[in-house]
Design a protein around this ligand. Structure first.
Ligand code: CMC
Length: 439
């Protein structure tokens, strides 16, 4: 069904076997137009082929805009630089989900609503006890996020707008508690309950770094850095994990299950897992004198090694989030008393050398959000295994906003891509057996 909202009466022509088909073209309010091929198969009996969706818009969205050539990122029309400076994470969550900045009263009410949901059902503590102590905190995040659907059964009805909103608030609020519990469990400490007089970021730091014997004193510089990290990771249009959430949700699955699917997709090193991988890579490089060797590895087609925290499907310019993170890196290091951090120096040297290399210039590979975030998080006190968990907590904002937009889209249908089949055909059972049936 063609979209009504963005139709502009333009069309593109596609000729197949001497027959020409008119395909509607829709303008976006920013960025490239799209060609609507949704009616192509019924008319022309062909599919389009686009592995990795490099040329495919999977949905219409009003939430986040990226101009990859210019290095621009906007949430609901607001530039990320301005939001990082002037807003806070919960206001950004509200903006992403509801579309406009809330007024003072609305924001106060929304913060209270989110805060009311920071606690977890007591039974979830037993659920945690089932994990091995050495489990990756992302493994616990995936499991517990999905398990929320068994604990909060009064917000599973996706057809009920109130339940949808309740689920959204629960997911955002509880993600920080689950992330902190996963951390505490992995280091063998008792869970720390949320404190509702703290902001979202202060509370997360408190749940991670306070213990039964001592309260963690949250400094304003660290809580602002934490909040900025949450804001910068809150949404990024139709990336792998968000598309996973939308695809899972398109079948009518409940929101907690959909967000658990998003957490799984985020975990991979090409996506959210790159922040852990980037810091580990810097530690492996160890010293600026070794940079050349690793750059050569990254350029070598036969070597699977990539510079982690570099390159992006959409950004062909400096990732605006990395710019902000690079700036706050030194501030946080100074604050925690790390004067000349060798890892930050190494990262800056690596960036300088890579950006002068023909290979990186030609392929337009720049530092992305994951390049500097790990250095900040490590200085705050997090181990690398927690970096992707922190990304996931922030991204619950975007996932829930995008999931809500999808459910409320009147032309939404189940996501069901097709394929270019190149397998065998019409075999008779038993006529042929493989000699080697393992790979
Ligand atoms: N180091 C070396 N070469 C690279 C890198 C890199 N980090 N990134 C891309 N390339 C090369 C790649 O080998 C390819 O070369 P060729 O054209 O000769 O085959 C070319 O650049 C285009 O890259 P691609 O892999 O086809 O691009 P993509 O859009 O499919 O992948 C990416 C994007 C982010 C997965 C990739 O750049 C990458 O693996 N980067 C390292 C992992 C990383 O930092 N991920 C975080 C992304 S930002 C946060 C997030 O979204 O979660």
């Amino acid at each position: 069904m063609p979209r009504k909202t963005s139709s502009n009466n333009k069309s593109a022509k596609l000729t197949i076997n001497n027959k020409t088909y008119d395909l509607p073209v829709y303008d976006s309010t920013a960025g490239e137009p799209v060609i609507d091929i949704s009616g192509l198969h019924s008319q022309a009996k062909v599919f389009t082929y686009d592995p990795g969706f490099t040329s495919t818009a999977s949905c219409e969205s009003k939430i986040t805009f990226i101009d990859g050539e210019k290095g621009i990122l906007r949430y609901r029309g607001y530039d990320i630089e301005e939001l990082a400076k002037k807003s806070d994470f919960i206001e950004v969550v509200n903006l992403l989900i509801y579309g406009d900045l809330p007024n003072k009263e609305q924001l106060k009410k929304y913060k209270k609503l989110i805060t009311r949901h920071t606690l977890l059902h007591e039974q979830i503590i037993n659920f945690f006890q089932g994990f091995r102590r050495d489990a990756h905190p992302m493994a616990m995040m995936v499991g517990v996020m999905g398990a929320l659907s068994s604990f909060y059964q009064d917000s599973l009805d996706i057809g009920d707008a109130h339940q949808r909103q309740e689920a959204t608030r629960r997911i955002v609020a509880k993600s920080a508690t689950i992330g902190a519990m996963a951390y505490k469990y992995s280091i063998g400490q008792a869970f720390v309950s949320p404190k509702n007089n703290l902001t979202f970021s202060e509370n997360f730091l408190h749940m991670c770094f306070s213990n039964t014997a001592e309260s963690f004193k949250v400094s304003p510089i660290i809580s602002k850095a934490m909040d900025t990290i949450f804001i910068l990771h809150a949404d990024h249009e139709q990336n792998a994990s968000t598309s996973t959430v939308r695809l899972a949700g398109s079948s009518g699955a409940n929101p907690f299950a959909c967000i658990a699917a998003g957490v799984s997709s985020l975990w991979g090193p090409a996506h959210g897992g790159a922040n852990q991988a980037a810091l580990e890579m810097l530690e492996e490089i160890g010293h600026s004198k070794n940079i050349r060797k690793f750059i050569n590895k990254a350029k070598d087609k036969k070597d699977p090694f990539k510079l982690m925290g570099f390159g992006h499907r959409v950004y062909k310019n400096y990732d605006p989030r990395a710019k902000i993170l690079k700036r706050i890196c030194q501030k946080v290091l100074n604050h925690v008393g790390i004067k000349n951090d060798p890892i930050l120096k190494l990262a800056i040297d690596l960036e300088k050398i890579a950006l002068k290399e023909k290979y990186f210039i030609e392929k337009k590979l720049y530092p992305n959000v994951d390049f500097y975030s790990g250095i900040i998080l490590k200085a705050i006190g997090f181990p690398p295994e927690m970096f992707t968990v922190i990304f996931a907590i922030a991204r619950t904002a975007g996932w829930t906003a995008q999931w809500t937009e999808m459910i409320e889209d009147p032309i939404q249908k189940i996501g069901r891509p097709r394929q270019l089949y190149t397998g065998q055909n019409n075999l008779k059972y038993g006529a042929k057996r493989s000699k080697k049936n393992t790979r």
